[in-house]
Design a protein around this ligand. Structure first.
Ligand SMILES: Nc1nc2c(ncn2[C@@H]2O[C@H](COP(=O)(O)OP(=O)(O)OP(=O)(O)O)[C@@H](O)[C@H]2O)c(=O)[nH]1
Ligand SMILES: [Mg+2]
Length: 334
């Protein structure tokens, strides 16, 4: 993607101000800037992310589920409804199956319907697989930009089971979109699906009674398995994204979960854990377990995150990386 001219000339502080005002062209420029990984660009990116870190943070909501379960259709219905309530929305559609190639997209699976387009919803697609098969760091940085700009930010990822663990580092509320009769309870449990999501939405209820059976199985499963956050009982909802059924209930469930996070303090806990996990993943990805050990282990990451609450996680990762490189350049034992 060629750099947006404004991303070259804007200084980080003024670009951050325009992003925080929800200026769509500034959001676009900021996303282009963080996608530009030339070393000369690095300090400007970190300054931008630091400036955004100190500002507001809109709700971050993950939407995950098997291919074709209806995630994009559901987002389309959600954002149209949210817009009528006067809430600003950004969407990041991540395709983890395609590799980044110099910023170019190999596949763009998300199309917004006309209502959402007219509502001025901001949508960016990202091909975001790194060699670990997880979401790349740029996914996290992109969400940091979007949540500084909008009341709600949704990230759509294809995922079944364990791959949810990566997106949970980035969002506060995770919605799992299931298909009717997409599997029996044993399969859900084997795949580890029940552990992470905060809200389950069984889509395509227009297909008949099979949706009810899936709702019942999920509810039963949730009483059995290990839950990441025992303090919140995830609602299992059903509806039809295509027909706009169950959308109001889903928005109410999202708001209820966000309210729970604030009231219980879990929001802050998740945010801290997410930042630590992002730093750990990035350090191990760049320098290996040996690099992490050379740094002094995971405790050093935790301490650094706790000591710098107003600093972007990207800056913390950058600084830790410099320290590891320095440690490797210095003979050990002195
Ligand atoms: N009958 C019915 N079909 C639906 C519903 N929601 C989505 N679909 C259809 O299911 C198919 C997949 O929908 P998408 O929204 O693209 O699903 P997705 O989960 O985003 O798919 P990927 O991004 O490829 O993983 C499309 O043909 C939709 O029209 C629904 O509520 N009822
Ligand atoms: Mg989709």
């Amino acid at each position: 993607m060629p750099p947006d001219p404004s991303s070259v000339t804007d200084d980080p502080a003024s670009l951050a101000r325009r992003v925080a005002d929800g200026d769509l062209s500034a959001v676009s420029a900021a996303l282009n800037r963080i996608d530009d990984d030339r070393p000369a660009n690095r300090e400007a990116v970190l300054a931008l992310l630091d400036a955004l870190e100190g500002g507001r943070h809109g709700a971050r909501i993950g939407v995950t589920g098997a291919p074709g379960s209806g995630k994009s259709t559901l987002l389309d219905a959600l954002v149209s409804r949210l817009h009528t309530e006067g809430r600003s929305v950004g969407i990041l559609a991540v395709d983890p199956s395609s590799q980044r190639t110099g910023g170019a997209l190999l596949g763009d699976r998300m199309r917004l319907g006309s209502a959402a387009r007219e509502a001025g919803v901001f949508l960016r697609s990202l091909a975001a697989r790194d060699q670990l098969g997880g979401l790349s760091e740029i996914t996290g940085a992109s969400l940091d930009v979007l949540s500084a700009a909008f009341d709600l930010v949704f990230v759509e990822t294809v995922g079944v089971g364990q791959s949810e663990a990566g997106v949970t580092d980035l969002v506060e509320t995770l919605i799992f979109v299931a298909q009717p009769a997409s599997g029996d309870l044993i399969q859900f449990m084997k795949a580890g699906i029940l552990e992470w999501p905060d809200i389950f939405f069984v889509n395509k209820s227009d297909l008949g009674g099979r949706a009810e059976r899936t709702v019942a199985e999920l509810r039963a499963g949730l009483t059995l398995g290990h839950r990441r956050d025992p303090g919140f009982e995830p609602p299992v909802l059903a509806g039809s994204a295509r027909d706009g059924v169950g959308i109001d209930e889903l928005i109410a469930a999202i708001d209820a979960h966000q309210a729970y996070l604030k009231a219980s303090g879990q929001g802050g806990i998740r945010r801290r854990e997410g930042r630590i996990a992002r730093a750990r993943t990035a350090i191990v990805w760049r320098y290996g377990r040996f690099g992490l050990a050379r740094l002094g282990g995971e405790g050093v990451i935790e301490a650094r995150v706790d000591a710098h609450p107003g600093v972007s996680i990207e800056r913390i990762i950058h600084d830790l990386g410099r320290e590891i490189e320095h440690a490797f350049a210095t003979p050990s034992g002195d």
